[in-house]
Design a protein around this ligand. Structure first.
Ligand code: CTP
Length: 409
């Protein structure tokens, strides 16, 4: 049997990037031979094994054919006769379809190296269409390598468009899609992921709520970029530049969905978009089964981001309500993430990327003030149950009023 390093490990080594996990392909072997050497089978009916010591994945060279819709609809053929070239041709991109033996000799039948040098994401063959998830993968690679100058080949974008229009994307499971989306959002330029999905018509299918933001104007005074879709991309860009966690990036992507519902005659104003957007945020959250903390933050940011921007003008009662909604007493981190998302929203505007955002420290200070109201003295005064809650609220309000006055003077 011959063993080759394949896929991302070869690509990233040639790009001079660190290689984290290595995939191997084995040519000329049978399942029985692999088991006899101590490899552990990964699934009952897939020719993939784990190395007994390193735990890395070793797959028998295989060909694949699509036999139905979605990911389940695959038949594959693995046998010792399947060649390396046959295994490589079924892969997604030319830059992912190179193999290397232990002497670092490259097998590159589909010109992956040429495309690496030309900074092109190009599909290997029409077999690309056999897995619609690849539309998301290509957009994710575009987000990751945008800074290196990579773009999607026009013919690949065309194929992605055909796939998007065919209805195949609807067959993807929430889990597989979310895995790609969440990884893409954590890339260096997540806005490129959304842009590429939009360019090939996939965004309209996957997140029509986000797609609908493009072409919707906002008031130029606050939004020199005018377009709500462009604004969303910029907010996402800021969230990556400021190395925000996934929760914040997800909230940034969805914060303005309500603007896509504003009747045209009300443009460029978007009164109450924070509320109209909630059902859309909920729908996107549920469509991809986003983790609970992503879902929660996206809804809270959607509902309250304007409060964040107006923090310094909020009455003490409104400020307290905001802090209560976030449960800052038990969930301080979530409130920090809200503040971060608001700041990204404020900076994700043309020419305003470097603006200061005094609201952030003001909100942090308010949370500290509300949190520092002690319960003990109230307990000692005999307050219990709902009355204790009311008394706490009164004390917090008093403290916030003093905080507000001190900040104004
Ligand atoms: N692959 C593919 N189509 C998919 C998934 C994977 O063709 N839908 C192939 C590609 O050749 C890819 C390899 O399997 O390079 C390994 O896949 P994976 O580990 O998911 O991706 P990597 O390319 O290693 O990229 P990453 O750095 O994102 O893990």
């Amino acid at each position: 049997m011959q063993i080759y390093k394949v896929g991302g490990a070869v690509r990233d080594r040639l790009l001079g990037k660190p290689v984290t996990d290595i995939d191997w392909v084995v040519v000329g072997a049978t399942t029985e031979e692999m088991l006899a050497q101590g490899f552990r089978p990964v699934g009952a009916d897939f020719p993939v094994f784990l190395h007994p010591k390193t735990g890395e994945e070793y797959a028998l060279a295989r060909t694949e054919r699509k036999s139905g819709r979605g990911y389940g609809g695959f038949t594959f053929h693995a046998s010792p006769e399947v060649t390396l070239e046959e295994d490589l041709i079924r892969r997604d991109l030319t830059i992912n379809a190179m193999a290397e033996d232990d002497g670092q000799n490259l097998t590159d039948p589909y010109n992956g190296q040429r495309d690496l040098e030309g900074r092109i994401l190009r599909h290997v063959s029409p077999a690309f269409a056999e897995d619609p998830l690849r539309v998301l993968r290509v957009a994710r690679f575009a987000a990751r390598y945008a800074a290196l100058g990579f773009t999607v080949a026009p013919e690949t974008l065309e194929l992605m468009r055909t796939l998007s229009e065919s209805g195949e994307l609807e067959a993807l499971t929430a889990e597989r899609s979310w895995k790609e989306i969440s990884r893409a959002l954590m890339e260096e330029q997540p806005q490129v992921f959304i842009q590429v999905l939009r360019d090939c018509g996939a965004l309209k299918v996957l997140m029509p709520e986000v797609d609908a933001l493009f072409g919707v104007p906002q008031p130029e005074a606050h939004h020199p970029e005018i377009d709500s879709g462009i604004h969303t991309l910029s907010v996402l860009e800021q969230s990556a530049l400021h190395r925000q966690p996934l929760t914040v990036r997800w909230a940034c992507l969805l914060h303005d969905l309500g603007k896509g519902l504003t009747p045209q005659e009300e443009w460029p104003r978007h009164i109450a978009h924070e509320h109209t957007g909630l059902k859309l945020i909920k729908a996107v959250n549920e469509r991809f089964k986003a983790p609970k903390e992503c879902q929660e933050l996206a809804l809270l940011v959607g509902q309250y981001h304007t409060h964040g921007h107006r923090a310094l003008e909020l009455k003490a009662t409104t400020l307290l309500e905001l802090l209560q909604s976030f449960d800052v007493y038990r969930r301080p981190q979530r409130f920090e993430e809200f503040i971060a998302a608001c700041e990204m929203d404020a900076r994700g505007r043309k020419g305003l990327e470097q603006r200061s955002y005094p609201q952030a420290d003001y909100l942090r200070g308010a949370a500290t003030v509300a949190r520092s109201v002690a319960v003990q003295p109230l307990l000692e005064k005999g307050f219990k149950g709902p009355e204790l809650g009311e008394a706490l609220k009164r004390e917090r309000l008093k403290a916030l009023k003093a905080y507000k006055e001190a900040a104004a003077s």
